[in-house]
Ligand binder design. Sequence first.
Ligand SMILES: *Cc1c(COP(=O)(O)O)cnc(C)c1O
Length: 471
Amino acid sequence: MSGQASGDLRRGLPQVERLARALAAELPAAPGWALRQAARAAVAQARRALEAGQPAPDFAALARVHALALARPRPAQVVNATGVVLHTNLGRAPLAPGAAQAAAQAAAHYSDVELELHSGGRGQRLAAIEALLCALSGARGALAVNNNAAALLLCLAGLARGREVVVSRGELVEIGGEFRVGEIAAQAGVRLVEVGATNRTHLRDYARAIGPHTGALLKVHRSNFEQRGFVAEAPLSDLARLARQARPRLPVVEDLGSGTLVDLRANGLPAESFAPARLTGGADLVCFSGDKLLGGPQAGLILVREAEVARRLRRHPLARALRLGKLPLAALDWTLRALAEGRSAELPVLAQLLAPAAQVAERAQALAARLAGGAGVAGAGFAVDVAETRAPAGGGSLPGFDLPSFAVRLRPAEADAGGGGAGRLAAALRRGRPPVIPRLAEGAVLLDARTLLPGDEERIAAALRAAIGRN
Ligand SMILES: *Cc1c(COP(=O)(O)O)cnc(C)c1O
């Protein structure tokens, strides 16, 4: 761009300071840093628009949106009325109140995170977690890192750096948020050898790929999609036999994605999600997320068949870079104790997944009656009833697995059909305090009862009253 043109462009832009002062008059409660930052962002956005030859936007309106967003603490509490138990955009697993308290305690006080109280010497940060994970799974070694992506990175780097790792083409998954197995492998310094076809991979495909440079066999759970039709994969037990026969013997690593430590197969959960069974089924290392099906804090859990392998991973330089903070550590400790002591019903994720349909229906009926009675919904032109829905376990956890559920349905009056009334109501609910996140379906707002936490009914009623006032 010539100097002349960019000068013209700048003349079209307001000054950051002037814009921030104008905003301050409009939003007296917003802190100064947020106003200046919002003004800066609005001017930058406007500059990009002008440079792209688009008409000048409404600076003041842009800056106001930025300022209001910046002035709110984040992340802040929202009500999950989507019916998606493990919602990636809503922070996946909510902690049990006890786990949240444990994290808050560790946060606000000094703690014995790395102190051995009986000897006064330096303590192992992960000692209790490892014991709990081993007790729950039968693994001989275990560790926990920052998240499951980190767990996979550490497993691959620790076991097979500079070597080849054999994986099925049907399992080269991309998880939301830019996680690709191939890219993690590259960062771990291993070369992926892709075998089979997208839809079918046989044991012989793995067998043919094993050579002098092979360091491990990798199995990855297809967490966010399903394959149906003409498909085949080599069972874990066959992979394990192949790996045991190789010379030298190869480890089988499984990225399970979403795993539990309590056996919920009888409750209809997919069999492969029970992590301990993957070890007995032949995997040497299994990694999975702490904040998916497990129902704990963000963490990457690694179960290891051999204690020595776990020790090696713990001493790996990456382990320090990927280590779990003391807040999630405390929450994980509480969560694993709850599981080990038979208190899994205290974990919100498991309570939601295991709630009988009749109980969810009852909750939806009660909420519908409350909203129809008190929130002025009918007067605002919405019909209230209860609809049968399906509640998916989660976007990136258990594809194709959903549960019968029930939702309060708010339908705009006939006159509004196709008029976007449901979308406007949903947007108004998102502006609630706390925001309520519903699902939209067939021109109606659905408030699914399966994912509501204790006290959410009150929050929904308040958000709805406010939304209808503004809608
Ligand atoms: C979710 C998932 C991951 C990433 O786990 P994070 O805890 O989000 O890092 C990796 N692999 C699979 C198969 C997953 O499902």
